[in-house]
Design a protein around this ligand. Sequence first.
Ligand code: WQD
Length: 351
Amino acid sequence: MNILVTGGAGYIGSHTVVELLRAGHDVVVADNLSNASEEALKRALTLVREERPDVKEIPFHLVDLRDRAGLEKLFAAHDAFDCCIHFAGRKAVGESVRKPWEYYENNVGGTLTLLDVMRRHGCKNLIFSSSATVYGDPSTVPITEECPKGRCTNPYGWTKWMLEQILTDLHAADEANGDPKPWNVVLLRYFNPIGAHPSGLIGEDPDGIPNNLMPYITQVAVGKLDHLNVFGGDYDTPDGTGVRDYIHVVDLARGHVKALAAVERGCGLAVYNLGTGRGCSVLEVVHAFEEATGVRIPYEIAPRRPGDVAACWSSPEKAERELGWKAEYGIAEMCRDAWNWQSRNPNGYKA
Ligand code: WQD
């Protein structure tokens, strides 16, 4: 299939571009490079060419999704797209609380423009990056797709939930109107993506001091940060620290390839959790990292981080049943690959 990948130069996007090309698809990337790097695409190409020497380039457009004219130009420059995999968007929870307008305008506004340009060009197939954040503070774990949603605790989460709603309504309207070419939409709710490509060529490259656990740990390991603050040691969890469902970014990327097959089958509206189904506490991650890498991570128990939930992990059974997708990597490989990436690229993509 001919796929447009928005945000394809970012962390999850670049890993997905690699898996799409490996699976034999054609890919065009659109990215405004606000939290991404063209270098990631260069390296993705190097990786892919080991298996697919026929791939000469990964066509790239420096475009912001709010720029309608820029998007029109992109669509006009390529053969019709069969599907768009839409990663582009801001994703920092704390920043979204400080700058809500920027989040709604960028994530919701940018997506609305994208959807309009897509339908004008006859492409009504979309795979959307949603998040476990739509479940808010879950009343039960593991979380299935049917669990209560829309109790978000920050503007970032609301943008994901609003976009899920918008996409659901587009699909429903086509159904109701008997549209001969209805929207096919796959909503993928990611749990906690970590790790990097096992080659160490591409990985996560956060700007400034990382907010998320794994990049923080790898920066402590590489000596850029002094110690890890463990946010909360008194949660109602086996060791008192927060529990999450960490998923290897390559597994996550492969979930998108499986979702494409569902789109090809004319799935209508489909929703899947992408997680491993296993919860891991902060201290378990720290110890797994130390074991996988031999590097010690000094840490201190610090106060809870506002907005954090005690425990959140997925039931990924629906994705296995309907997409034939299952996470293959465990926490040891996630730690190994995160460290491989960070130790080979202490400054990320910056030279
Ligand atoms: C994981 C655990 C922290 C940093 C967020 C977003 C979510 C998704 C992924 C996407 C928690 C603890 C963390 C640190 C710590 N967003 N922690 N010390 O909060 O589960 O999910 O990222 O783009 O929408 O909310 O992930 O990695 O920040 O935290 O103790 O320095 O690690 O309290 O228990 P989170 P995280």
